[in-house]
Design a protein around this ligand. Structure first.
Ligand SMILES: CC(C)(COP(=O)(O)OP(=O)(O)OC[C@H]1O[C@@H](n2cnc3c(N)ncnc32)[C@H](O)[C@@H]1OP(=O)(O)O)[C@@H](O)C(=O)NCCC(=O)NCCS
Length: 333
């Protein structure tokens, strides 16, 4: 039986045009541009306009990826949407995206693993391709967290931005795609990144509204420690599964949560910062969108070549982590 690999034939990203700078936040919050830059590396973030939703952003990134792959949406066999900020709890946002793309009756599912969602979804896509079940899969990471943070809470609102990134994965018999990965979860730390109310544990009500406990809350220090602890071992396991070392990796795309986390990871791995793709200064933390956004942007500007081998590493709510060694397209033989 032939073995199939997932070739990334298309990519696209979308960030809303409205930009909020750190200086603008100084007007409404007890914060400063200097504090935010020094502690996080963030200078600005894109924020969705009133007419935009998670699904509309996902659809924009998807159209770009499908156009690049020259694939009609009707040829898609599966749509995977990674997000923790859907339009609605029910229906799944993946079905809304499927309908908006006109991908008639294509199976669609939403993957909810926080910031690691895109890497989880990409690894999932590779499994469907490898078994021969599906040939054309759309994988999207999208997040509209500006509607879920409390804009009066300086410890969270300064950190996040809205965006979407998408890739088209298509079956090929030439070696490429996700060559090694490590996915992980440690739910004992679930309370470190949480929207405490609005779910079944604590349904929405007047008390919730009064407390503001439907907003995203985070224990920044615990998340920071977790992220720096997990980065190097998860990368090492993904590399080992791929039978590769850091010498085989052209670029590392880390989840863009905090520049200091990326710097700590670089030090831990003995790898210079120049090999890490960083765009957090312009987009802030776009959660599940951060890796596909950085990927699409750097493929478009030519910094990443389609035949490059990448190490994607992410961490986030759950707590979850995900690392993957991905060769986007086959090397020319
Ligand atoms: C959130 C984060 C930037 C905070 O940085 P930190 O160095 O840990 O700062 P602390 O939380 O210890 O807070 C230090 C002080 O700064 C204050 N502070 C917090 N946010 C602030 C802001 N935006 N502006 C100014 N001061 C702020 C705190 O209130 C605290 O004041 P105190 O000492 O008087 O109590 C950092 O912990 C972080 O990035 N963690 C990881 C978060 C992350 O990656 N989340 C996404 C995961 S997917």
């Amino acid at each position: 039986m032939p073995k199939f690999y997932g070739k990334i034939t298309g990519w696209g990203a979308y960030a809303p045009p409205r930009i909020i700078t750190n200086h603008e936040l100084e007007a409404t919050l007890d914060t400063s541009h200097e504090w935010i830059v020094q502690r996080t590396g963030i200078h600005q973030r894109h924020v969705a306009g009133p007419d935009e939703t998670t699904s509309t952003m996902a659809v924009k990134a998807s159209w770009s990826a499908l156009a690049k792959a020259n694939l009609p949406a009707t040829d898609l066999d599966l749509i995977l949407i990674a997000t923790s900020s859907p339009d609605y709890f029910t229906p799944p946002v993946s079905s809304m995206v499927q309908a908006a793309l006109g991908a008639h009756n294509t199976p669609a599912m939403t993957i909810v693993t926080g910031c690691t969602g895109f890497v989880y979804a990409l690894v999932t896509a590779e499994q469907f391709i490898a078994t021969g079940a599906y040939r054309n899969i759309l994988v999207v990471g999208v997040e509209l967290l500006s509607r879920f943070v409390n804009w009066e809470d300086r410890s969270t609102s300064v950190l996040f931005g809205d965006a979407a990134g998408a890739v088209v994965v298509q079956a090929t018999e030439q070696v490429c795609g996700v060559q090694g990965y490590q996915l992980g979860s440690d739910g004992s730390g679930y309370q470190h990144i949480i929207m405490p109310s609005g779910g079944s544990a604590r349904p929405f009500g007047a008390d919730v509204l009064h407390e503001g406990s439907h907003y995203l809350q985070m224990n920044g220090r615990e998340v920071f420690k977790f992220a720096t602890r997990i980065f190097a071992p998860a990368s090492a396991k993904a590399l080992a599964m791929a039978g590769k070392t850091m010498a085989d990796i052209d670029w590392i795309i880390p989840h863009q949560a905090n520049l200091r986390i990326i710097q700590a990871a670089a030090k831990d791995m003995g790898t210079p910062m120049e090999r890490f793709i960083v765009n957090i200064e312009r987009y802030a933390n776009t959660s599940a969108a951060s890796i596909p956004l950085a990927l699409a942007e750097n493929l478009d500007n030519g910094r990443i070549q389609p035949t490059d081998t990448l190490l994607l590493v992410s961490f986030g709510a759950g707590m979850t982590w995900a690392a993957a060694v991905v060769q986007l397209q086959p090397k020319a033989s």
